[in-house]
Design a protein around this ligand. Structure first.
Ligand code: ZN
Length: 262
């Protein structure tokens, strides 16, 4: 336990050092930083992936104050394809599973900052319940219809029943991924995917798909494997913002170097 606590504080110190270094170098280097955040529920539950409304608002305010521009995920996918420009520091916000608190709690905060967002809904709420492992209410069909008309919101798809799509093949994979609610964007449940799924999604009409690989987005990378940083309850606003910078890349390089030598 003490060892784990020690590792945890060492990691925090490394992240703090790297983000300070990035802040010093950024005025000289003006890093190109495009990132995607993955939220789940915004509310009061004690789950690791549930963020309180005040913490969520503080994270967005912090990103905004640090000069990050909020852009849509569709714009990020367009930029990856070389079809459009993005600000030098851009963050896209995504919300997995389609919890109802996206509409009631997150959206008013997004509206205040005019921040676009993509919410990834499941096709069959009842069948998804066992996979999600919580009782947080999900968006109804009427909610989804309402959200589709909202100028800041894009409704994406998160599969029919939140199954691991890397384990599905052929017709079963098509049935799990076939778009509903006019979705053009997909998020792999649990972030896991297969080459079969990556090959299928464009044929089903999707423009892009998201994993939860912790990385910034690179121009020219595959838009069917967009990396995202999952936001956890334990993260401070500063930590969330650091993940949208070059510091997160350096951090990953350092930790994988340490792991290789261990
Ligand atoms: Zn999910």
């Amino acid at each position: 336990m003490a060892h784990r606590r020690c590792m945890h504080s060492m990691k925090k110190t490394l992240y703090f050092f790297l983000s300070t270094l990035r802040n010093v170098l950024d005025p000289l280097c003006n890093f190109r930083e495009v990132g995607v955040l993955c939220y789940h529920s915004i509310g009061a539950a004690a789950a690791e992936t549930t963020i309180s409304s005040s913490a969520f608002a503080a994270q967005l305010a912090y990103l905004h104050a640090r000069g990050h521009a909020f852009v849509s995920l569709a714009a990020v996918a367009g930029w990856m394809r070389g079809e459009q420009e993005l600000p030098q520091k851009a963050v896209a916000l995504t919300f997995d599973d389609g919890y109802r608190d996206f509409l009631t709690t997150a959206l008013p905060i997004l509206e205040r900052l005019r921040a676009p967002a993509t919410v990834f809904v499941v096709g069959d709420a009842e069948a998804s319940r066992a996979q999600l492992g919580n009782k947080v209410p999900l968006l109804s069909s009427a909610d989804i219809r309402h959200l589709r008309l909202h100028p800041l919101v894009e409704v994406g798809y998160h599969s029919l029943a939140h199954a691991d799509v890397s384990q599905l093949h052929g017709d079963a994979l098509v049935a799990a991924c076939a778009p509903r609610h006019g979705a053009r964007l997909f998020a792999y449940p649990g972030g896991v995917y297969s080459s079969e799924a990556i090959g299928l999604l464009p044929k089903l009409g999707y423009r892009a798909a998201c994993s939860i690989k912790r990385d910034l987005v690179a121009p020219g990378a595959d838009p069917y494997m967009i990396p995202r940083h999952v936001v956890l309850r334990s993260m401070s606003a500063r930590e969330v913002a650091a993940r949208m910078t070059q510091a997160s890349r350096w951090y990953r390089a350092c930790t994988s170097w340490v792991r290789r030598r261990a």
